[in-house]
Design a binder for this molecule. Structure first.
Ligand code: C2E
Ligand code: CA
Ligand code: CA
Ligand code: CA
Length: 277
């Protein structure tokens, strides 16, 4: 950089400073949002592949900055994890989802809500107490709440087992999110008492066009079933993908083919998905 002259070096420094400033501002605004719960939850249906019925929904967080700009959770959740803000944000998600589930239950349209957890939350010893406190305060029967965790949260076998048995004791189900993208092997799956395995979109995406992807998805489904777990294909976008996962015996599906994530009031308006039985 130096050989290209003083001017260039200077510009580079300014760009770095501007990036650092922008990041600091983002962090500060995220802190304020976390303190005041300035987020929304949107919900995406989980659909039964055999009946086409919605069997539950996944809660996904949304954040709109003061400027009106939407920031993707893929961008701000990692920052929340680095800064510890994931603790209040995660608690806000759980409480908001539990209240929503209770509201739906009381309105006569019960829906089970799955909430995404960060590895941070799973590894926090106080976390199970927080979930049970939220179940109590909202008076929500535990079968209407579910948590989704990724393999990276389950690296430590002792922590994983403590967390999973704690969830069992509370009566909430646990799904393994993004399966196939992390470090864990199929054999690791056999050691964890999970309810549902979610096959990552990167496999679903190619299931109707690539024999390798199809073979892999077939194995995941078979192993999950042999272990007494259900299987869900994430990111189903086409009828062709749906037909393949249906033929492989996948239990549930999620994706834009059925619905994008929507605000809670819009869920009732989703037309029945077209599944050829
Ligand atoms: P995820 O848990 O794997 O969620 C699925 C993501 O895929 C969502 O993106 C969803 O909108 C998107 N998606 C669903 N169906 C389709 C499809 O058919 N095609 C495509 N291309 N995409 C689809 P989103 O909402 O942007 O969330 C991204 C990630 O951010 C999530 O991945 C999750 O890891 C994280 N996240 C979202 N909400 C929360 C939260 O409340 N807490 C935590 N800890 N993480 C969250
Ligand atoms: Ca998820
Ligand atoms: Ca996922
Ligand atoms: Ca993902």
């Amino acid at each position: 950089a130096k050989s290209s002259g003083r001017g260039t070096y200077h510009v580079f420094e300014e760009a770095t400073a501007a990036t650092a400033m922008a990041r600091l501002e983002l962090e500060q605004e995220l802190r304020e949002a976390a303190e005041n719960g300035l987020f929304q939850l949107v919900y995406q249906p989980k659909v039964s592949v055999s009946s086409g019925e919605t069997v539950g929904v996944e809660a996904l967080i949304r954040w709109t900055r003061r400027s009106g700009e939407q920031v993707s959770p893929a961008e701000f959740i990692p920052i929340a994890e680095e800064t510890g803000l994931i603790v209040p944000i995660g608690e806000w998600c759980l409480r908001t989802a539990a209240r929503q589930a209770k509201g739906w239950l009381e309105a006569g349209t019960p829906r089970k809500i799955a909430v995404n957890l960060s590895p941070h939350q799973v590894m926090n010893e106080r976390f199970l107490g927080i979930i049970s406190g939220i179940l109590e305060e909202t008076d929500l029967p535990p079968q209407y709440l579910e948590v989704e965790i990724t393999e990276s949260a389950m690296m430590d076998a002792e922590i994983a087992n403590r967390f999973l048995s704690g969830c069992r004791a509370l009566g909430i189900e646990v799904s393994l999110d993004d399966f196939g993208t992390g470090y864990s092997s199929l054999s690791r799956l056999t050691k964890l008492p999970l309810n549902l395995v979610k096959i990552d979109r990167s496999f679903t995406q190619h299931v109707s066009t690539q024999e390798k992807a199809r073979a892999l998805v077939r194995s995941i489904i078979d192993i999950a079933h042999n272990l007494g777990m259900r299987c869900l294909a994430e990111g189903v976008e086409t009828q062709e993908q749906l037909a393949v996962i249906q033929s492989l015996g996948c239990d549930e599906a999620q994706g834009f083919l059925f619905s994008h994530p929507v605000p809670p009031d819009a869920l009732g308006q989703i037309p029945a998905p077209s599944i050829n039985l």
